[in-house]
Design a protein around this ligand. Structure first.
Ligand SMILES: Nc1ncnc2c1ncn2[C@@H]1O[C@H](COP(=O)(O)OP(=O)(O)OP(=O)(O)O)[C@@H](O)[C@H]1O
Length: 278
C-alpha cells in the first residue's frame, strides 16, 4: 500500500533546515491498522503529514520517497504515485482525521454543506436528497442522528464532532485513512467509542489505517502493528502484541515500563518520585 524509503523531512529553508523525520523506511500493508507511537517531538505528525502529502506550513520532503500503491476508484486499475501528488487523492482515496475537530470544521457552515462540498464528483451524481439520505444512513450506522447534518459545529459536543469527522473521513470508502491523535483531549468513554468506530470502519472497508498517538494504551487496544518513533527515526516496528510483550529497543522498553499498572502501589510512582511523605 505505502512504501516509505529513506525518508527525510523537516521544516524551513535549505540553509536553516529543522529535520523532523530522519531516514525512515517503512512498509505499510493493505488491510492493516498500524500505529505510530513516541514522545512529543519525535516526528510522528510530520511523518503522517508527509505520508498524506500535505506539504504546507514549511514542511519539505528532503530525501527519500513515499510511494502509494492504490486502485483507481473509478476503474479499479492500479494507481501508483508519489506523495507529492497525493493531494489529488484527498477525500477520495486518502482521508485524514485530524486532532482538533473545532479547528478543522468551518464554524459558520452546517455539517451537511461541509461534507458535500468536499466530496468527489462521483459521489454527487444523484440528487441532493439522495446524497443526504445516504449520508444520514451512514451516520446512523455510527449512532449519529440525521440532525447532525443541520447543525453548526458549535452545536455538537466535542466527542460528537470528532465522531462526525471520523464518519466523514470514511464516507467515500477511502483506501487509506490517516488519523493524527484522533482521541486526544477526549474523556475515556468517548475515546473508546471513537477507537471502536475506527476499528469497525477498517474491518468493514478492509483498508489501511495509520494511527498516530502518544498514548500507548490506544495502540494496544486497536493496532495490528506498531512503529516506535524516537528522535525522528523509527527505532522498532512489529506486531503490537510482540512489541508490548518483548520490546527490543531501550526506548520502547522505557515507554512500556512507564505505563501505570493496576495493583502497583501508588506511592512507588508519582508520590515517590516527588518525595511526598504519605
Ligand atoms: N511547522 C513547524 N515548523 C518548524 N518545526 C516544526 C514544525 N512542526 C513541527 N516541528 C518540529 O519538528 C519536530 C517533530 O515534530 P512533530 O510535530 O512531527 O512531532 P510529534 O511526535 O508529532 O509531536 P507531538 O506529539 O507533540 O505532536 C519537532 O522538533 C518540532 O518542533
Amino acid at each position: 500500500m505505502i512504501e516509505i524509503k529513506n525518508l527525510r523531512a523537516g521544516y524551513g529553508r535549505p540553509d536553516a533546515f529543522i529535520p523532523a523525520v530522519d531516514d525512515i523506511s517503512l512498509t505499510i500493508g493493505d488491510n492493516e491498522i498500524i500505529g505510530i507511537a513516541g514522545e512529543s517531538g519525535s516526528g510522528k505528525s510530520t511523518l503522517l503529514r508527509t505520508i498524506y502529502g500535505d506539504f504546507t506550513g514549511g514542511l519539505k520532503l528532503r530525501d527519500g520517497s513515499v510511494t502509494g500503491h492504490f486502485k483507481d476508484p473509478e476503474t479499479g486499475r492500479p494507481l501508483v504515485c508519489e506523495s507529492s501528488t497525493f493531494q489529488k487523492l484527498w477525500w477520495d482515496v486518502i482521508s485524514y482525521v485530524p486532532q482538533g475537530s473545532m479547528s478543522v470544521l468551518n464554524p459558520i457552515m452546517k455539517i451537511e454543506k461541509q461534507v458535500t462540498d468536499g466530496l468527489p464528483a462521483r459521489e454527487k451524481r444523484g440528487s441532493r436528497q439522495e446524497l443526504r439520505s445516504r449520508l444520514a444512513s451512514f451516520l446512523a450506522g455510527f449512532g449519529l442522528p440525521e440532525t447532525v447534518l443541520d447543525s453548526y459545529p458549535h452545536q455538537l459536543s466535542g466527542g460528537m464532532r470528532q465522531r462526525v469527522l471520523v464518519a466523514i473521513a470514511a464516507f467515500v470508502n477511502p483506501q487509506l485513512i490517516l488519523a493524527d491523535e484522533p482521541t486526544t483531549a477526549l474523556d475515556v468513554v468517548v475515546q473508546k467509542r471513537i477507537l471502536l468506530m475506527l476499528v469497525e470502519i477498517q474491518r468493514r472497508l478492509k483498508n489501511t489505517l495509520v494511527l498516530v498517538s502518544h498514548d500507548l494504551g490506544v495502540h494496544y487496544q486497536i493496532t495490528d502493528r506498531i512503529a516506535i518513533a524516537y528522535k525522528g527515526k523509527i527505532v522498532e516496528v512489529g506486531p503490537t502484541d510482540e512489541v508490548f510483550s518483548n520490546p527490543q529497543h531501550d526506548y520502547t522498553k522505557a515507554l512500556i515500563a512507564a505505563l501505570p499498572r493496576i495493583g502497583q502501589p501508588r506511592q512507588e510512582t508519582a508520590r515517590g518520585a516527588v518525595g511526598v511523605i504519605v
